[in-house]
Design a protein around this ligand. Structure first.
Ligand SMILES: [Zn+2]
Length: 160
């Protein structure tokens, strides 16, 4: 009986498929958001937020009041990567949920609830590390759910 596909062809096909997925996966790690500097958006949001916001990451955009420092850029890019991992909307929902849980745990201290969110713990703990985004394991924020506070508030002042 004549076969159209050899084992080598099938294996080669599967391998190239995995190669393609791996390549796309590695490309995602390099993706950065679009930075919009000197924006009024953080100023308006600060009126309703528990902290004074200088920069925030939402979807593919990052708005900043002034020019972004390399540390803030990394901080916001970490949030961008967290959003990618949760198809954006999942991160927004979890972000609010973690804040609400923190608000209860820390007895109505909205500021503390913000700093103790695993998304912020990860971002503040690593935004000074120039290599972090290249080496960051996927879903690394999960580790910060149980990991104690990094004293983020003392290390850095208000950012989203
Ligand atoms: Zn943040």
């Amino acid at each position: 009986m004549k076969t159209f596909f050899t084992v080598e062809m099938v294996v080669g096909f599967i391998e190239s498929g995995f190669g393609f997925i791996k390549e796309k996966y590695l490309m995602m790690k390099k993706l950065k958001p679009l930075f919009i500097e000197n924006s009024r958006v953080p100023v308006w949001l600060s009126k309703v937020a528990p902290i004074e916001i200088y920069a925030l990451s939402f979807g593919v955009f990052v708005w900043c009041r002034f020019l972004l420092s390399p540390t803030t850029k990394r901080h916001e890019t970490i949030h961008f990567q967290q959003q990618l991992e949760l198809a954006f909307v999942g991160q927004w929902i979890l972000y609010v949920l973690f804040w609400l849980v923190g608000f209860v745990i820390y007895r109505g201290d909205g500021r503390k609830a913000y700093y103790e969110s695993p998304f912020e713990r990860e971002a503040y703990a690593n935004d000074h590390d120039k290599e972090y985004l290249e080496n960051r394991p996927r879903y690394n924020w999960v580790r910060y759910i149980i990991k104690g506070s990094q004293n983020a508030e003392e290390k850095t002042k208000t950012k989203d």
